[in-house]
Design a protein around this ligand. Structure first.
Ligand SMILES: [Zn+2]
Length: 300
C-alpha cells in the first residue's frame, strides 16, 4: 500500500488536551465522568466510559480481553499528532485514507450505487475524523475513553480514533500492517454511509438488538471492502495488504474475542466479518452489501 503523493483530507481534527476542539476535547477521564454525572450525559456508563448510540469497530469486550491496564491513560499533549513521530505518521496516514474514502463514496453516491432503504441520501457528506488521546467528548454521543476502540458518532457525523489503537491491533490482535489500519477507518466510514442511506436506523421485526447490530456491523465491513476495491489501484493495494485486513477482520470477530454465546454477538463471528469484507472487496458494489436483505438472521 502506497499513500505517497496522494491527497490528505482536511476533514480532520486533532483533539490534543489544550487544543480544546471547541468542545473540551482531550479532557481527563475523571473529569469526564464528573461532567457526565453532573450534567446527566445520556448513555450507559461502563467503567468510566459513557456511550450513547455510538458504533464501535470491535465488540465492547475488546477492552477487557485486550487492552488490559494500558487503557484509559490520560495524556496532556497539546497535539495528538505532534506528540510523537509515530503519531505524526498515523495522523498523516489517516488523512490519506480518509481522502481516499471521500473519493470513493462521493462517486458511489453520485452514481446512486447504494442499497435502497427508501431514503434518498443526496450527495455524499464528508464526515470528520477526530484523533484523540485517552478520552474524548463527542457532539451528541457523550464521552468515551480509548478502551472502547475506534467508533463513529451518528449525532455529529464524526469518527473517533486514538492512534494507540493501531498498537493494539498490531500487538494484541496480531493484525499488523497499514492496510489493517486503513480497514479500521474504512469500517467507521461504512457506519457513516449507513447513517446516510438509512440502514443504521432500521429495525428488524422479531430480532434482538444484538442481532440487528450484527447486520449493521457486517454491512460496515462489506462497505469497508467496497472502499478497498475502489482504492486498489490508486493506493497500490497488494494481496499482502488484503491479507492484513482479513487478519484484522478475523481477529475482531465476537468469537475470536471470547464470546461463546451467539446471542451476545454484536459484531458477528470472525468467519462472517471476513466473508462480508471480502464480498465488498471482490465486488466493489455497495448493493452487494445489503445484509438487511438476508431474510433469516442465521444465514448472514
Ligand atoms: Zn462497527
Amino acid at each position: 500500500m502506497d499513500i505517497g503523493g496522494k491527497r490528505r483530507s482536511d476533514n480532520f481534527e486533532d483533539r490534543g488536551a489544550s487544543s480544546g476542539g471547541g468542545g473540551g476535547g482531550g479532557i481527563g477521564i475523571r473529569l469526564l465522568s464528573t461532567v457526565a454525572r453532573r450534567f446527566g450525559v445520556k448513555g450507559m456508563l461502563v467503567g468510566g466510559v459513557i456511550l450513547g448510540g455510538v458504533y464501535l469497530f470491535a465488540p465492547s469486550s475488546i477492552k477487557q480481553s485486550l487492552l488490559g491496564g494500558s487503557a484509559g491513560t490520560t495524556q496532556t499533549a497539546a497535539s495528538v499528532c505532534a506528540s510523537s513521530d509515530k503519531n505524526a505518521a498515523a495522523c498523516d496516514f489517516s488523512r490519506a485514507v480518509l481522502a481516499s474514502t471521500e473519493d470513493t463514496w462521493t462517486q458511489q453516491f453520485s452514481a446512486g450505487n447504494l442499497p435502497d432503504y427508501g431514503k434518498n441520501p443526496g450527495p455524499y457528506k464528508m464526515p470528520t475524523l477526530v484523533v484523540f488521546s485517552g478520552a474524548v467528548t463527542t457532539g451528541g454521543c457523550g464521552g468515551a475513553t480509548s478502551d472502547v476502540g475506534p467508533f463513529y458518532c451518528p449525532a455529529d457525523n464524526k469518527l473517533y480514533i486514538d492512534p494507540s489503537f493501531y498498537d493494539v491491533l498490531e500487538q494484541r490482535l496480531k493484525a499488523p500492517g497499514d492496510f489493517a489500519q486503513a480497514y479500521v477507518i474504512a469500517h467507521e466510514i461504512g457506519h457513516h454511509v449507513q447513517n446516510m442511506i438509512g440502514s443504521m436506523q432500521l429495525k428488524m421485526p422479531g430480532e434482538t438488538k444484538n442481532q440487528v447490530s450484527v447486520r449493521v456491523e457486517l454491512q460496515a465491513d462489506c462497505l469497508a471492502g467496497v472502499w478497498g476495491h475502489s482504492a486498489r489501484e490508486d493506493l497500490s493495494i497488494t494481496d499482502e495488504d488484503l491479507s492484513e485486513a482479513t487478519q484484522a477482520a478475523h481477529a475482531i470477530g465476537d468469537d475470536a474475542l471470547g464470546h461463546t454465546d451467539e446471542a451476545k454477538f454484536s459484531h458477528g463471528s470472525s468467519e462472517q466479518r471476513l466473508r462480508w469484507f471480502k464480498k465488498g472487496f471482490t465486488s466493489g458494489d455497495p448493493r452487494q452489501c445489503d445484509t438487511f436483505a438476508v431474510k433469516n438472521y442465521k444465514n448472514l
